[in-house]
Ligand binder design. Sequence first.
Ligand code: PDD
Length: 281
Amino acid sequence: MPNFAYINNKFVDFKNAKIHVEDRGLQFADSVYEVIAVLNGNLIDLEFHLKRLQYSLKELDIKFKFKQSSLKKIFFNLLNKNKTTNGIIYLQITRGVQYREHKYENKLIPTLIIYSRNKNFNLPGKDFKGVNTITHEDLRWKRRDIKTVNLLPNIIAANKAKKARAYEAILLQNGKVTEGTSSNIWIIKNNNLITHPANTDILRGVTRTSILKIIKKTSLKLVEKSFTHKQLLNADEVFLTSSGSFITPILKIDKKKINNGKIGNITLKLAQMYSKSCMHG
Ligand code: PDD
């Protein structure tokens, strides 16, 4: 367990970190969040995370102003206090505390919650692993581009995956793949790298954004286009990306093995390139 959290303007003992019962984050999931990977003490893709945070706040009209440098200072302080070298920073901003009513008041003071947790990542090396997945209907709302804590449909699907001893559930909407419950999904077919376009149907993953930059250095052709369940199962290679999983190969989808159940060469190469860019900035 971490030792400290940062709630509003204070570092507090993690065990005693509390928010009000009428916090709108608790009552309505009226709240946005970010999960930032920490690797060897570095905050991975921090600028993309803060840009997306700003976007989520703006889309929901949550009036939380922040300076990048002040947040960064809090993050590093927390990492220090919690002795986190490898792990994640979790940040949540709720609209604030108000008597319970759906309509919100304009002058609420947003609640800021930040803490870190230690975690080991799946990085390309001798322990690099591929995972099994299932598919599941995408039951979510129509603004998946906003990173809110409104995650029940994701939780239902993720738990189905858990019951099937799978790592992730790949979400399907009208026969097409949107994304994973907490990751973006990519397929490789004949040297094309295909992923869903970053519109309101998916979250614009920060890892996704970084990989788009990396593949410019390869001979892969990027196709930002939605793909079908059938294309998914017939892909040469499949992988998922997220701040918690970096690039993780997918070896099985429901009963179908991908690439004979082995990590594909292109996935491995991309994972190596991405982890190198995380180490060296
Ligand atoms: N999830 N899609 C969804 C629905 C997600 O929740 C996430 C991240 C991603 C990948 O985004 P990024 O590369 O920025 O992490 C895609 C985080 C890690 C979580 O909820 O734990």
